[in-house]
Design a protein around this ligand. Structure first.
Ligand SMILES: Cc1ncc(COP(=O)(O)O)c(C=O)c1O
Length: 484
């Protein structure tokens, strides 16, 4: 390393080495080695400026390696495997029957139209593209919903689902200090074994430092306290409805209850319409705030309306609701980072105030959101021919996943002579299926059968073709019966 690295830092006689971010790293970040950080710098003060000269060792020496992302780890291992029958069921993105990535035709058309029109690349306002914000709220709540007509929804374009959740988390932290968010167990991005304490994927010794839990880390990073409600019942590979209700009831009044609007990730297990009503009853009784993460609208069932039914039912009860949307899956706009955060308020005045504060939080975080995906969504929804085409393509994608789900169930049922009931596969919805396989069984799936998946037993049916269902069924049956 060159010895002439200069840095400008305010001269403070008592603290000549002013690399605050490194020296004073918070211990719970888990990536900063305090002992190693101050071995390398000599500082000379010239009036108001400190010249900091690095000698031999990088000033970033004390930063330890973060564990790899669990999903990318699965994909890397898949790439390195040369077996002809290998399958990548870790990926949370739609694949064709040939297992190739898919760009929707309607997106290609919208792209072409935008190109012909000659898009400018000016900044969007902080809240995003007005035409997008209008249609995204209409898609979620229904165009005729009174909350839209009464202007009671604060909608801000976010950086896809993740960024929209993060914005809402920052909002909760700022305006509801100390309020808790309740998160389903398990939830999105959480690949630890359900029965174990430490994370199997990122190998972090303690859960608070674990990187493999996106919902929880979003709230951790925003400084919002969270706890879990029971959701998955390993005995039935179904919903632990009683546990869920009991935990929501037991949460401190006024908590934010994070709900997956449809196609729960990672389990694929959704409450029935009757169960949704009971969940809404309890949330209402306890004065909690329902906070929906709806990343699969239209992609789960093929119908935008059916997949938004849970959100709309809460809104129809007159409840104030938060809802984060994503267009990664239903329009295949993964890399465009297009989504929104919606806050349904009880008055238009409150909605205007909430929106102003969301913008205030967004401005120093990322200033304003990207324009291209927003224009694609707005143009598709605003044009009835394109909108119909989008709906048809969503139905096609959801239909392919449903077909694969049925074929997998048929293959499991006909090949497995043990009498085991595999019908839970059919009860799940969306791109994921929880197989109920444990870590050792998942290891067998990968090591013996070249099937790549997360170690919690989740498989992405979007990465499966009809042609490979029988092979997968053989792998699951072998792992289930022959590995303890
Ligand atoms: C439940 C859930 N929420 C949010 C997201 C966010 O996705 P994105 O940030 O790509 O919109 C995902 C993506 O897999 C998800 O499964």
């Amino acid at each position: 390393m060159a010895s002439s690295l200069l840095s400008l830092a305010p001269a403070t006689p008592s603290a000549p080495l002013s690399f605050h971010g490194i020296h004073e790293g918070k211990s719970n970040l888990g990536g900063i080695n305090k002992e190693k950080t101050n071995t390398f710098i000599k500082a000379k003060s010239f009036g108001r400026i400190s010249m900091v000269v690095a000698s031999n060792v990088s000033r970033f020496e004390g930063i330890t390696m973060a564990p790899p992302d669990p999903i990318l780890g699965v994909s890397e291992a898949f790439k390195a495997d040369n077996h002809e029958l290998k399958l990548n069921l870790g990926v949370g993105a739609y694949r064709t029957e040939e297992l190739q990535p898919y760009v929707l035709n309607v997106v290609k058309k919208a792209d072409k139209l935008l190109l012909e029109k000659g898009e400018n690349r000016e900044y969007l306002p902080i809240e995003g593209l007005a035409a997008f914000n209008k249609v995204t709220a209409q898609l979620l709540f229904g165009a005729d919903n009174p909350v839209i007509k009464q202007q009671r929804v604060a909608t801000v374009q976010g950086l896809s689902g993740t960024g929209s959740l993060r914005l809402a988390a920052a909002f909760i932290e700022r305006y509801f200090p100390g309020a808790k968010v309740l998160i389903s167990s398990p939830t999105w991005g959480e690949y630890r074994l359900l029965a174990e304490i430490s994370c199997e994927i990122c190998s972090m010794a303690s859960l608070p430092n674990c990187l493999a839990r996106n919902h929880k880390n979003i709230f951790n990073d925003a400084g919002v306290p969270w706890s879990e409600y029971r959701y998955y019942d390993p005995k039935t590979v179904g919903l632990d409805f009683e546990g869920m209700i009991a935990d929501i009831k037991a949460a401190p009044e006024g908590s934010f209850i994070l709900l997956h609007g449809c196609a729960h990730n990672p389990t694929g297990i959704d409450p029935t319409p009757e169960q949704w009503e009971i969940i809404a009853d309890v949330i209402q009784e306890k004065n909690h705030v329902p906070f929906f993460d709806i990343a699969y609208q239209g992609f789960a069932s093929g119908s935008l309306d059916a997949d938004a039914a849970s959100v709309r039912m809460f809104v129809a009860r007159g409840m104030e609701v938060i809802a984060a949307q994503s267009y990664s899956k239903n329009l295949g706009l993964y890399a465009e980072r297009i989504g929104a955060i919606n806050v349904v308020c009880s008055s238009p005045e409150a909605a205007a105030r909430v929106k102003s504060q969301l913008k205030r939080i967004a401005r120093p975080m990322y200033s304003n959101p990207p324009v291209h995906g927003a224009r694609i969504v707005a143009n598709i929804v605003g044009d009835s021919a394109l909108f119909n085409e989008w709906n048809a393509e969503m139905e096609m994608m959801a239909g392919r996943i449903k077909n694969v789900r049925h074929k997998l169930f048929d293959s499991l049922s006909s090949k497995d002579k043990s009498g085991k009931d595999w019908s839970f596969v059919l009860k799940q919805i969306g791109m994921f299926s929880f197989t109920g396989l444990n870590k050792a069984q998942c290891d067998n799936m990968t090591n013996k059968w070249h099937v790549y998946m997360t170690k919690d037993g989740r498989i992405s049916l979007a990465g499966l073709s009809l042609a490979k269902c029988e092979y997968l069924a053989d792998a699951i049956i072998d792992s289930y019966h022959n590995v303890s």
